[in-house]
Write a protein of this length. Structure first.
Length: 189
């Protein structure tokens, strides 16, 4: 079975030059002085307040929701994001994430009179769209980094590699005339 670090190296090609620095560091493509080697287990320090953690968890599920396959929460993406920010990022790299979560929270309170983590899914989608379009303070920077962390966390998790995609260590013989209509899942190796 492929491990998370090997999968992270594959994600680097997906995002190219615009890769969020802590993801690049975790994948081993960027070296940074002062950032310790990541350890197993929980984050070395809490990055989010309780409200920010709840919002980050809810928004992760909006980026990759549960459908016929498990979503971001089931894949452990929120814990991955906090671990990545705690152990692989500098305090300045956390600023846009924390500022973005705070801006989304403030806009939710203003527009919907409810905490963003408790907003309806369509309201959370609207808040993420505002961030994506740069209509919130720090929105674009937050959205791009957050989206990368969610996608990377999901597709390097066991669920992402084995349930969303189909793991075949040896995919079989080549068939150049295989009908596209019979393709069920994208394969990961």
């Amino acid at each position: 079975m492929i491990d998370r670090r090997t999968a992270l190296a594959g994600v680097v090609a997906m995002f190219g030059a615009g890769l969020f620095a802590p993801i690049a560091r975790a994948a081993g493509v960027a070296q940074s002085a002062g950032v310790p080697v990541i350890s197993e287990g929980p984050p070395s320090a809490a990055v989010f307040s309780t409200a920010q953690r709840a919002l980050m968890t809810a928004l992760s599920e909006r980026v990759i929701p549960t459908t016929d396959t498990p979503g971001a929460i089931a894949a452990g993406v929120p814990a991955y994001i906090e671990k990545l920010l705690a152990d692989w990022s500098s305090p300045t790299e956390r600023v846009p994430i924390l500022a973005g979560l705070d801006a989304i929270e403030a806009r939710s309170e203003q527009d919907y009179k409810v905490a963003a983590a408790k907003a309806k899914p369509d309201q959370q989608d609207a808040l993420l769209t505002l961030a994506m379009n740069g209509e919130l303070p720090s929105g674009k920077v937050f959205f791009e980094a957050f989206r990368q962390m969610v996608i990377t966390g999901y597709y390097t998790s066991e669920i992402g590699m084995t349930q969303e995609r189909e793991y075949l260590p040896v995919p079989g013989e080549y068939d150049g005339a295989f009908p596209y209509s019979k393709v069920n899942k994208v394969y990961s190796a």
